[in-house]
Design a protein around this ligand. Structure first.
Ligand SMILES: [Zn+2]
Length: 108
């Protein structure tokens, strides 16, 4: 078969392209699930980001990625965790925004 990333001819059983080192499987088991992972990572990031405004953006992006991940059945557990954490992060960020806790770091 041919690598769908670089077009090089590779072994039919290859999981990773030997030329560009990217996963070549088109099925759902390999190379998928990144939305859920990104959503979860962004959600955790948003939760701990001390920059009001940026954490709201980050939390919103996390929520979107997690919802997409969940909709595509990608790493469902991580996606659900990402949705919950991102909601908490955004609510927390908005509360802190009105509380004025991080007004010195407000950039957006
Ligand atoms: Zn390749």
């Amino acid at each position: 078969m041919f690598c769908r990333h670089c077009g090089a001819e590779i072994n039919d059983k290859a999981v990773v392209c030997v030329y560009c080192h990217k996963p070549v499987r088109a099925d759902k088991t390999a190379g998928s699930g990144y939305h859920g992972v990104i959503g979860f990572v962004l959600a955790v990031l948003a939760l701990f980001l001390p920059v009001t405004g940026l954490d709201i953006v980050c939390g919103t992006a996390a929520f979107i990625f997690s919802v997409v991940g969940l909709a595509r059945n990608q790493r469902t557990g991580l996606s659900i965790a990402g949705i919950i954490i991102s909601i908490l992060a955004v609510i927390g960020a908005i509360v802190m925004l009105f509380d004025g806790t991080y007004h010195n770091y407000y950039i957006i």
